[in-house]
Design a protein around this ligand. Structure first.
Ligand SMILES: Nc1ncnc2c1ncn2[C@@H]1O[C@H](COP(=O)(O)OP(=O)(O)OP(=O)(O)O)[C@@H](O)[C@H]1O
Ligand SMILES: [Mg+2]
Length: 261
């Protein structure tokens, strides 16, 4: 059964999509079976994997509305060695239509169920808002990975995400947990970054990943080639950080399995 991780933060531009694409590629590089699900109408993760969001027959929109199966919708990231359930602006339509449906929070979870056994990890890229698409992702997920930029307003937005996670846990998904906090676009020369980083560790303790993703121009340019950083420049600091993050995720999973027996 796949471990399902939603990558969420309603603040825009904090590195959700970059983390989703590059963690997927790094896990795939360790021979794990990975599915990336693009729940953002912007379709950035889809494009970042080298899949053209304008030329799709089916998208996660049809899968959510029951008009296509997930199996018929999945495509493969051409060079990166993982699968993609692509998304594009049709998702805006799905969001509106879902509002009228019964069991509307459960649609993604139900759609993924038939394929969940085929993967070790399913990573879901969320839009920069807390809407029905994000709630569907949180309902389907075992955990939420929260990318954060260590800057002044970073913590402010966090409380409403944590509240939503709590609400989803209380209503439809008891097992949902904060999987981890990831510091992104980090610049250690900025004092404030170090201060916010310390605050995060104080509050979230071991939930904060040790891996820190540095600000790295190679990470920013990789999507324009439709490639994860591993295929764009595998010796860059960005590539090394996302490989380290995959290593941490795998260690956490090993520990969890050890605790379960
Ligand atoms: N570590 C990094 N170093 C440099 N640039 C980065 C880094 N991480 C992300 N970026 C760039 O910052 C921008 C925002 O990143 P990204 O798209 O991953 O954020 P997001 O949270 O998914 O945004 P949105 O909320 O719009 O979905 C992008 O242009 C991306 O290429
Ligand atoms: Mg994004």
């Amino acid at each position: 059964m796949a471990r399902i991780i939603a990558i969420a933060n309603q603040k825009g531009g904090v590195g959700k999509t970059t983390t989703c694409v590059n963690l997927a590629a790094s896990l795939a590089a360790t021979q794990r079976q990975v599915l990336l699900v693009d729940m953002d109408p912007q379709g950035n993760a889809t494009m970042g994997c080298g899949v053209n969001k304008m030329e799709l027959e089916n998208t996660v929109c049809e899968a959510l509305l029951g008009e296509a199966t997930v199996a018929d919708t999945i495509v493969s990231a051409p060079e990166a060695g993982f699968s993609v359930l692509p998304g594009n602006e049709d998702l805006t339509l799905a969001e509106v239509n879902l509002l009228q449906e019964i069991g509307r929070e459960m649609k993604l979870k139900k759609a993924l169920a038939p394929v969940a056994d085929l993967y070790d990890f399913i990573l879901i890229d969320c839009p920069p808002s807390i809407n029905m698409l994000t709630v569907n992702a949180l309902t389907a997920a075992d955990g939420v990975l929260i990318p954060m930029q260590c800057e002044y307003y970073a913590l402010e937005g966090l409380s409403s995400l944590l509240r939503t996670i709590e609400q989803v846990r209380e209503s439809v998904n008891q097992n949902l947990e904060v999987y981890g906090i990831l510091r992104t676009m980090f610049d250690p020369r900025i004092n404030l970054s170090n201060e916010v980083s310390m605050q995060l560790i104080e509050y979230f303790d071991r939930k904060v990943f040790r891996t820190v993703v540095p600000r790295n121009v190679r990470l920013a340019e990789a999507p324009s080639f439709g490639l994860p950083i591993l295929l764009h420049d595998r010796s860059s600091r960005g590539a090394i950080a996302y490989l380290a993050l995959a290593g941490e995720v795998l260690r956490r999973e090993d520990e969890r399995m050890a605790e379960a027996v």
